[in-house]
Ligand binder design. Structure first.
Ligand code: FPP
Ligand code: MG
Length: 337
């Protein structure tokens, strides 16, 4: 951010969104420009930019920008480099590409309070538009000409696909279930945040330990983010979420609240195995989760990951950006949508 010198904000005034605001300001315009100028296929433009309208939470680019700036400050610099900003853009593009694929797979109806992309255009076109966003992101990545960053960011896509595969129809045993869920959660959500944090640290040319710290912050915040997402599926209103609730159960997915609830209500085991397919399963499982302490346990685990993330960031040089990373972890826990 050009207007704010590091260290000039008192604790109570730090607002992570305001700190990232200047860097974020034209980012969605720049992403849309990349997507519009790289194709002559007119219809690809509205489909690929449908979710890149600046109305999302932009949690990935914000975390990426704050991490970049916190690490730059640690190295005595007060500018976000062009390459680091590109990583923030790429983080949102990979995310958006994955949402296009996800909405086709989940046959979603509504996202962020508007008709899902697959409702507006055919599945074939949406899947290809998702590939197109990814291709443009790859092009931007290759322009950075940094092999280590390219390998780091490529890992995200491998993880996303594997995470989605793990979710499709696995039949792991009761003992394996939680470890399977956590690996899936890392691949599906945390890897993107962790590896973008790592990439901006690599670009800041810090040592391996610091790069690892950046990765671990992102991994922990990413895990907490998805745990809270899985929790909100049971407790938030569909109006607040902008998408239907109990969606995971309806898709046959057993997330942390159900897995924890299973300890008190073993009858959930059979429902998990048949992916809540029998009439009444979704309603019964939803009730049992609320009767159990599965929701509290899920929140507790999310808090543990955020505490771990905050511990990591404490070792960074004190700066508004470092504080903002700590506040972001708290916001992830307390978010309502
Ligand atoms: C949302 O999950 C989906 C993801 C976080 C990842 C989806 C990944 C793929 C479809 C793999 C292919 C990806 C690429 C980039 C080619 P959700 O359904 O739990 O959340 P939702 O309720 O927001 O839909
Ligand atoms: Mg989905």
């Amino acid at each position: 951010m050009q207007t704010q010198m590091p260290g000039s904000l008192p604790d109570y005034q730090i607002d992570p969104y305001r700190l990232a605001e200047d860097d974020l300001k034209d980012m969605f315009d720049d992403i849309r420009l990349e997507l519009i100028t790289n194709t002559t296929q007119e219809e690809l433009q509205p489909i690929s930019t449908y979710y890149l309208d600046g109305q999302g939470k932009a949690i990935r680019p914000i975390l990426t920008i704050l991490m970049a700036r916190a690490i730059n400050y640690h190295k005595g610099r007060n500018v976000l480099s062009h390459s680091q900003r590109q990583i923030a853009m790429i983080s949102e593009m990979i995310h958006s590409s994955s949402l296009l694929h996800d909405d086709v797979i989940d046959q979603s109806d509504i996202r962020r309070g508007k008709p899902s992309v697959n409702v507006v255009w055919s599945q074939k076109k949406v899947a290809m538009a998702g590939d197109y966003i990814l291709a443009v992101a790859c092009r931007m990545l290759s322009r950075l000409q940094n092999d280590e960053v390219t390998i780091t960011i490529s890992q995200i896509v491998t993880d996303l696909v594997q995470g989605e595969f793990m979710q499709l129809g696995s039949k792991e045993t009761e003992n394996e279930r939680f470890a399977h869920y956590l690996t899936k959660t890392y691949r599906k959500t945390a890897s993107l945040i962790a590896n973008c944090s790592k990439a901006v640290a690599i670009l800041a040319e810090v040592d391996d330990h610091m790069i690892e710290m950046a990765f671990q912050y992102g991994r922990n915040v990413g895990l907490a983010f998805q745990l809270v997402d899985d929790l909100l599926d049971f407790v938030a209103s569909s109006e607040a979420l902008g998408k239907p609730t109990a969606a995971d159960l309806k898709l046959g997915l057993a997330t942390a609240p159900v897995l924890f609830a299973c300890e008190r209500y073993p009858e959930l085991n059979a429902m998990i195995m048949r992916r809540f397919q029998e009439h009444g399963d979704v309603k019964r499982a939803f009730e049992l989760v609320h009767k159990s302490n599965g929701l509290e346990q899920t929140r507790f685990l999310a808090k543990k990951h955020c505490a771990e993330a905050n511990k990591i960031v404490q070792s960074f040089a004190k700066s508004p950006y470092q504080k903002a990373l700590i506040i972001m972890a708290d916001l992830v826990i307390n978010r309502m949508k």
